[in-house]
Design a protein around this ligand. Structure first.
Ligand SMILES: [Zn+2]
Length: 123
């Protein structure tokens, strides 16, 4: 599916949904996103050093949440792909994907009036 110009629909959809449809993310997905960012910011420098108190405090929110720990393990891009797939499966009707009228590719934003892929312009 990847064309010479770099368009790869699953990747483009992943970023689009992450940027513009955070409203469809679950509480757990939001928590996992926050956790991934905190873990990255405050992770202990070495396995033997004490974790930053801010991280300790934050971890109370997801200490027993297996989903969040799984996402921390897999990483941010995995979480975005996970939520994309879940939203496409569970609530496709709530999803507004703005596509180019000419090439039908996913546009840069819901308000875009120009296609960055084929150059179509409908200002
Ligand atoms: Zn286009």
């Amino acid at each position: 599916m990847t064309k010479a110009d770099g368009y790869h629909e699953p990747e483009v959809l992943k970023q689009y949904i992450w940027k513009f449809h955070r409203d469809l993310w679950t509480e757990d997905e939001r928590l996992a996103e926050q956790a991934i960012l905190y873990e990255a910011m405050f992770a202990p420098r070495s396995p033997n050093s004490n974790p930053d108190p801010r991280l300790v405090r934050e971890r109370r929110k997801y200490a027993n949440n297996a989903f969040v720990w799984q996402m921390i393990e897999q990483g941010y891009e995995y979480l975005k792909a996970y939520s994309r797939d879940r939203i496409l499966r569970e609530s496709p009707s709530e999803l507004y994907i703005h596509r180019c009228p000419a090439c039908h590719r996913v546009l840069a934003s819901p308000e875009a009036q120009q296609c960055l892929w084929c150059g179509e312009d409908w200002h």
